[in-house]
Design a protein around this ligand. Structure first.
Ligand code: ARG
Length: 438
């Protein structure tokens, strides 16, 4: 029997896939469960896989790799999909794909399998990442192939005595790891309705959050978070601690209408306390340490990287190129930020850096100012040269009112100098010879 390595979470979908892959596809099923920080009982998941018919069940604690090699680069890049989603689910997929491919090689499997539907982004991410790492591997996606629905899955599970997880009571589809919790489906599908409190698990409702704000100091070393409140922490511990801390204050809730790769819009709810706080704080250190040009250009790269991560192209050559650019920008992003967490909000209190480009002696309005005021006049002379040329050549006959209206995008009759803003009133006859405004 040929072997297939199944990405196994222990949930209903992937549990049902074990007998499906054996009976309908004729595979010997090996499971791989990646621990990316869900606090679930991995031992129980392993036992369940074996009891459900897997011949081998692997559990891989990939938390450290996940944070160091996926979350940190995403953070340094400033990768927020559509400006808001820290990409928790999207960042995890290429890592799970990598683990699947490794196990496939280890056990001599020619195929890997996942339980994604044909409607989401995750199928794309798995398929594309596996293809990049080993294009000879076959990818099996029974849920996509057979459009398996939940009720059928439950029936199938019941027939085979597969324990149905209690999380099935949850009206939502949930994916979680250290970088965030993604919640979909159920009542959330109506974008007009506020997500019910039970959609949130990691964050306190801002109304119930403590009345006292909490300050946190976050230290970065070359763009990587290394300490909270002066205590150096391992990557996984830092993220876990910050998830808890910010979650208590209701920070990290995201409600987004999202453009999926496969072409539909969906309403997504996320909880990502640590990711939200870290993106915010990291940006503050960058404001002190990157030049204006670096910041402007990096923002464009961030957009590109976020799309590319979302679209499953983590292992693409373009990503490798852009990641090298991002890494280079982080050389001086070393410093600390003090933030305040309060009832769902995060604000900055202070920031400092080892090699800041902010220079108080240049910025100050007090004595001791080192800025050369005299050179400002010459600078402005050249800076305004194109505009002054245009004013001479093209606008000299225009009144200030006409220039005002041109700048508002209105058409201006240049044969009528002195025409004042708002004149002529709508519907009135234009004066003779004046072009009729559309
Ligand atoms: N829309 C998010 C993404 O594509 C979250 C997907 C959540 N996945 C899930 N199986 N519930 O990254």
């Amino acid at each position: 029997m040929e072997k297939v390595v199944l990405a196994y979470s222990g949930g209903l979908d992937t549990s049902v896939l074990i007998p499906v892959l054996k009976e309908k596809y004729g595979y010997d099923v090996v499971t791989l469960t990646a621990n990316l920080g869900t606090e679930s009982d991995l031992n129980a998941i392993e036992q369940k896989a074996l009891k459900t018919g897997a011949s081998q069940a692997f559990v891989d604690d990939a938390r450290d790799i996940f944070v160091r090699l996926f979350c940190w680069p995403g953070l340094q890049a400033g990768a927020l999909y559509e400006g808001i989603y820290p990409l928790g689910t999207a960042l995890a997929r290429p890592l799970i794909a990598k683990l699947l491919v490794d196990i496939a090689h280890q056990v001599g499997a020619k195929a890997v399998a996942h339980g994604c539907t044909g409607k989401g982004n995750d199928q794309v991410r798995f398929d594309v990442a596996v293809a990049a790492l080993d294009p000879t591997l076959k990818i099996v996606a029974p849920v996509r192939d057979h459009k398996m629905h939940r009720d059928e899955e439950i029936k199938y599970a019941q027939e085979r005595g597969i324990p149905i997880p209690i999380t099935l009571d949850s009206p939502y589809s949930i994916d979680e790891n250290l970088w965030g919790r993604s919640v979909e489906a159920g009542i959330l599908e109506d974008p007009w309705l506020e997500p019910p409190e039970d959609a949130y698990q990691w964050t306190t409702s801002p109304r119930e959050a403590p009345d006292e704000p909490q300050q946190v100091e976050i230290e970065f070393d070359e763009g990587i978070p290394v300490a909270l409140d002066g205590v150096r922490l391992a990557p996984v511990d830092l993220v876990r601690q910050l998830n808890r801390l910010a979650g208590v204050h209701g920070v990290g809730r995201i409600d987004h209408i999202e453009n999926r790769l496969i072409g539909i819009k969906s309403r997504e709810v996320y909880e990502a306390p640590a990711a939200v706080v870290l993106h915010f704080a990291h940006n503050e250190v960058e404001k002190l340490t990157l030049s204006k040009d670096q910041m402007r250009f990096k923002a464009k790269v961030a957009l590109e990287i976020a799309d590319l991560i979302y679209n499953g192209l983590w292992f693409s050559a373009l990503h490798q190129d852009l990641a090298a650019f991002v890494a280079s920008t982080q050389r001086y992003v070393t410093g600390s930020v003090r933030v305040k967490l309060y009832k769902g909000n995060i604000s900055v209190i202070g920031r400092r850096a080892q090699h800041p480009l902010y220079d108080k002696m240049l910025a100050t309005y007090d004595t001791g100012d080192t800025f050369d005021h005299a050179s400002a006049a010459g600078f402005i002379q050249l800076f305004s040269l194109p505009l002054r040329t245009q004013a001479h050549q093209q606008w000299l006959g225009l009144s200030s009112d006409q220039i005002l209206r041109l700048s508002a995008g209105e058409k201006v009759d240049d044969e009528q100098p002195g025409d004042s803003a708002g004149d002529p009133p709508p519907g009135e006859e234009p004066p003779d010879g004046a072009p009729v405004q559309p």
